[in-house]
Ligand binder design. Structure first.
Ligand SMILES: C[S@@+](CC[C@H](N)C(=O)[O-])C[C@H]1O[C@@H](n2cnc3c(N)ncnc32)[C@H](O)[C@@H]1O
Length: 443
């Protein structure tokens, strides 16, 4: 790997004698790590990530695409350093009711947040680039937690929601110095000019979203780069210009994580993972709520009783409000319905609540979202357990024959984990796996 001269000079100034160790680590193979969902008992190795109880290192990198459990949302492939967000959540905003993950695709932090936050929380997971927002939605649907909204907005659009969020996570687009060994493209794109461009853009993003954070609310700021311009200097600017107090994170036994004046640094030569910076602050400045005149409007909303829906049922039966939107049935947790309606009105929602399915004539076609949801009552549906080969055929959206199984909608499961639906007609099955999710790779 050839590092840019200017990067070597700047990073040597930052690290002194330790630069050699960093350079050596950047030439090594990056460790592989995954974070496990609570869908099933799954311990992929004995080698846990020390700062995240659901994170594991793997001895080698398998072909994840060939593992149906990956598609079932049993785990998420995430580099280990960024799993430290778990500590920020546990120590500072575990009970937050409404949380925004502003720069969220492909979903590493959002899947972590949706699991770490309390059950009645609501996570708005946003991505500015539409094609990436689709991938974000797919990953969150597969993760299966219901109280998530996926939006496709610019940071400035959140100024319509002053003081709405108890916590905001900004995992900012950055110059990616910490990703050099995983992503050669990050080296090609790196320049001093790009570092300063990124630092300026990060401040713009932070300014735009600041008003949507309530006073006393928590902001998490993170990057995967080493330079101070995009890290400490920006956090110092948040504290002094936007108005916030820096908060500490207890590192527990993780003495190789470096505490700096404005946050915490992960270096590949010190901890097993990629380069990462994270900081947590509490907002002290006032939020101007005068523009908060938005009213939720329930006029024209068609509510459907859960027990009137054929084919499926949800757990926690009493807690859902089901809305019929042009024959698409969406379930929302009743005590957060107003918030959902407000978000739907103010933002471009790609996915909101739990899509149950669609009414077509006399048929009700259950959705992939409900198949993968942790809230589907599996007792209420017919399931079919398939072997590895059949699971892969299903995930490729190819033809499957199950002449000995029941007719009608079947939930396809692999090792007890739902993958999606098919409709069994006896002589053939309609494979209902979403076209855009199908495995395209030759396995
Ligand atoms: C570091 S990545 C986020 C990774 C994600 N948080 C995760 O854990 O999987 C930064 C994201 O910011 C988005 N982004 C780029 N420019 C942006 C902007 N001006 N405002 C907000 N987000 C932006 C990128 O598309 C990218 O998805």
């Amino acid at each position: 790997m050839t590092l840019p001269e200017a990067f070597i000079k700047r990073t040597t100034e930052l690290l002194g004698d330790n630069f050699g160790a960093l350079e050596k680590a950047l030439g090594e193979t990056p460790p592989t790590s995954i974070r496990v969902n609570n869908k099933m008992d799954y311990a992929p190795s004995k080698n846990q990530v020390p700062w995240c109880e659901t994170g594991y290192y793997l001895d080698e990198r398998p072909l994840f695409t060939a593992d149906p459990l990956f598609h079932a949302g049993v785990y998420y492939v995430q580099e280990a350093s960024s799993m430290f967000l778990q500590q920020a959540v546990m120590q500072h905003f575990k009970e937050a009711r409404t949380v925004l993950d502003l720069c969220a695709a492909p979903g590493g932090k959002s899947t972590l947040l949706s699991q770490a936050l309390s059950e009645n929380s609501l996570l708005v997971s946003n991505e500015i680039i539409r094609s990436r927002a689709y991938i974000l939605a797919e990953n969150l649907i597969k993760w299966g937690n219901p109280n998530v909204v996926v939006t496709n907005n610019e940071p400035k659009d959140f100024s319509n929601l002053p003081g709405f969020f108890d916590a905001v996570v900004v995992d900012a687009p950055c110059s990616g110095e910490g990703m050099f060994r995983k992503d050669a493209g990050a080296i090609d794109e790196w320049s001093e000019y790009n570092v300063s461009l990124c630092a300026t853009r990060q401040r713009e993003i932070l300014s735009s979203v600041w008003d949507s954070l309530k006073e006393d609310g928590i902001l998490v700021y993170s990057t995967c780069t080493f330079n101070r311009e995009e890290n400490e200097n920006n956090v110092c600017w948040i504290c002094e210009e936007l108005g916030a107090d820096l908060l500490k994170i207890d590192l527990q036994a993780n003495s190789d994580i470096i505490s700096s004046d404005y946050g915490y640094r992960f270096y590949p030569h010190k901890t097993k993972g990629e380069g990462f910076f994270i900081s947590v602050v509490r907002k002290t400045s006032q939020t101007n709520k005068t523009s908060n005149k938005i009213k939720t409007d329930k006029k024209g909303i068609k509510i459907v009783a859960l027990n009137n829906i054929p084919t499926i049922s949800l757990t926690d039966t009493n807690n859902w409000t089901i809305i019929n939107d042009n024959n698409r049935l969406n379930a929302f947790s009743t005590d957060r319905l107003n918030d959902y309606l407000l978000i739907n009105k103010q933002l471009k929602c790609m996915q909101s609540g739990l899509l149950l399915g669609e009414i077509k004539g006399t048929d009700f076609i259950p959705s992939a979202s409900v198949a993968l949801s942790k809230r589907l009552d599996k007792e209420s549906v017919e399931t079919v357990e398939v072997d590895l080969n059949t699971a892969i055929l299903f995930l490729k959206k190819e033809a499957i024959f199950l002449p000995d199984s029941k007719r009608g909608y079947l939930l396809v499961c692999y090792r007890g984990q739902a993958l999606g639906w098919l409709k069994n007609m006896g002589n053939r099955c309609n494979n209902l796996y979403p076209q855009e999710w199908r495995i395209r790779m030759k396995l």
